[in-house]
Design a protein around this ligand. Structure first.
Ligand SMILES: Cc1cc2nc3c(=O)[nH]c(=O)nc-3n(C[C@H](O)[C@H](O)[C@H](O)COP(=O)(O)OP(=O)(O)OC[C@H]3O[C@@H](n4cnc5c(N)ncnc54)[C@H](O)[C@@H]3O)c2cc1C
Length: 530
């Protein structure tokens, strides 16, 4: 196996190339409907431009969506420029959500696409753009194979594998509260695979301008013709696109005003924890050029894992800071987060006894659950052992339940009463309090006992600008494409509402970013010159 240590740098400092939000132009009019976060376009003047560049396709943002669009357009023969404000590509996580990839086919893992489409729509209150999800269903397998090809060709080892496959022996989708399809292909070295994806775009001629921040789109009667951007030295660059401009500038989770106004659950719970590059500039540029923000409620990606990843979302007893049980615990990770955000002090304890391994064969397989193909009881036991030795990560152990509760700091009498009641329900095999499946009720009886504290992980916001089923940004006044402007990844709307669903499929943030990026890149390359 070849050594593959590919390093991806991450910029540390932040820069504000505009010197703050420009003042409102003196129009003499007051626009009461204009949200404060939107500000005004800088109104860049042609005479201030110090250098001009031309291309067929201009991509703004070099995250996973932007790289995918750039590579697809370049492979289709377009001359591509990518403008990226930080000093490197942006990559995070490690799972690619798709269906019908070559890995799915080789393993015999099938998906009922129409069932899945309806499950996706149902999970988000029928708000998403079903045609965009249909595109993901139809093209994500091919997009995965394409994404992965440079990694396979390199002969390096990236450890890609289909999560939760084969399913645990007792898994039966028809009985699940949150039925799941196996979509997530996990990479042990996601960064390495993404770096080769980026290299492939460069090999096909895509030119990246790093440390260059897009500031305003160029709009003429022919449509969106390019963008102005500031270079690191403050000079102003003009990028003209003969065919199309693709916005792939990520989310707005680090923009305080936008997060507060558009996704209060994220703002109030997490403060500003998204990447500092998530400024919402792409959204603002699109709206300044005539586009519109999609209706909320905008969803955020902020997982918390019961038991700090020890046993994942296994359906054991959860208690809040008051020592109270508060829900049916048989849920995937993001859904768990949605509930603990509403619990006192926004955390919960997951309680186990020494029969914990009994639960592994009979659990959900959604994001956050333990993948038993990768985690044997022997491997998991290391975390329990560490807790017994007082070295657990957010995890404590004790020989009695009384002692355990003392270590957590929960009110003792109340927490012990909650455990007594839970054990009583387990004995009955019926959850009279929250309706958890009887076969997932495991009494806490065998010492030593364990408690793992759950926290909320770093997030981002997925709300985007309104696009059609080809990811073209629509104009507010006409609901027609703005002309040559696309939005993908977390800048494009239509995908997620209320909740970032990790069931019925997981990792669709990367899955849609690559699938839509590839689709749009290929389409843009075929457009006529303007
Ligand atoms: C810890 C963590 C783990 C995750 N794991 C997974 C996972 O395993 N699977 C999954 O599907 N999802 C995962 N996600 C979510 C997923 O990683 C993101 O939603 C996805 O990477 C977003 O991609 P993007 O290309 O839309 O945006 P980004 O990756 O945010 O890229 C946008 C780029 O645009 C640049 N940019 C912004 N404004 C400008 C401007 N004005 N000019 C020039 N450049 C600009 C930014 O600097 C950035 O490089 C995870 C998220 C987190 C936080």
């Amino acid at each position: 196996m070849a050594e593959n240590k590919i390093k991806v740098d991450f910029e540390e400092e932040t820069r504000d190339p505009f010197g703050g939000v420009p003042d409102a132009p003196d129009t003499g009019l007051i626009d009461e409907d204009r949200p404060a976060w939107l500000g005004y376009a800088p109104g860049i003047k042609e005479e201030d431009v110090t250098a001009a560049h031309e291309c067929d396709v201009l991509v703004l943002g070099a995250g996973i969506a932007g790289i995918s669009a750039a590579r697809a357009a370049a492979e289709a023969g377009a001359n591509v420029i990518v403008v990226e404000q930080s000093k490197s590509i942006s990559i995070r996580g490690k799972v690619f959500g798709c269906v019908d990839s070559h890995i799915h086919k080789e393993l015999g893992c099938e998906t009922d696409k129409m069932d899945l489409l309806n499950l996706i729509m149902r999970r988000m209150g029928w708000r998403p753009n079903a045609r965009l999800w249909k595109m993901w269903l139809d093209e994500s397998g091919e997009a995965f194979d394409w994404f992965e090809a440079p990694a396979v060709k390199s002969g390096l080892e990236f450890g890609q594998h289909l999560q939760y496959w084969p399913n645990p022996p007792k898994y039966d989708r028809s009985r699940e509260l949150f039925p799941q399809y196996c979509a997530g292909i996990e990479f042990d070295d996601w960064y390495g695979a993404c770096k080769l994806h980026y290299n492939e775009s460069v090999a096909h001629g895509a030119k990246y301008f790093f440390r260059t921040t897009a500031a305003e789109l160029i709009k003429t009667e022919k449509g969106i013709m390019g963008a102005y951007a500031t270079a690191e030295d403050g000079s102003l660059l003009k990028f003209t696109a003969r065919k199309a401009v693709i916005l792939a500038t990520g989310d707005y989770g680090h923009n305080k005003e936008m997060a507060k106004a558009l996704c209060p659950e994220f703002y109030n719970t997490l403060g500003l924890v998204a990447s500092k590059w998530s400024t919402g500039m792409g959204h603002k540029m699109a709206i300044w050029a005539g586009g519109m923000m999609e209706e909320g409620p905008h969803a955020h990606i902020s997982h918390s894992f019961p038991g700090s990843f020890v046993m994942g979302t296994t359906a054991t007893l959860d208690l809040n800071a008051n020592g109270d049980r508060f829900m049916n615990e048989d849920v995937p990770g993001q859904i768990f987060t949605n509930q603990i955000i509403r619990q006192p002090f926004k955390y919960a304890w997951q309680i186990y006894d020494s029969n914990w391994a009994d639960m592994l064969d009979n659990q959900n397989i959604a994001h956050g659950a333990i993948d038993i193909n990768l985690n044997s009881p022997e491997k998991l036991e290391k975390s329990f052992e560490a807790a017994r030795e007082g070295k657990g990560w957010n995890m404590v152990a004790a020989d009695t339940l009384e002692e355990l509760i003392e270590k957590t700091g929960m009110p003792k009498e109340r927490a012990l009463e909650s455990i007594r009641r839970y054990n009583e329900l387990c004995e009955k095999g019926v959850d009279e309090d929250f309706g958890k499946r009887g076969d997932r009720m495991y009494a806490l009886v065998k010492p030593p006992f364990y408690a793992c504290k759950s926290f909320i992980a770093r997030g981002m916001i997925t709300g985007g600008v309104v696009v059609d089923e080809e990811c073209q940004v629509l104009e507010k006044d006409t609901w027609k494409p703005l002309g040559g402007l696309y939005a993908i990844g977390n800048t494009g709307g239509g995908r997620y509402y209320c909740d970032y669903p990790v069931s019925p499929v997981c990792a669709t943030s990367h899955g849609t970013a690559v699938t839509f990026g590839r689709h749009v890149g290929m389409a843009a390359a075929k457009l006529a010159d303007r």
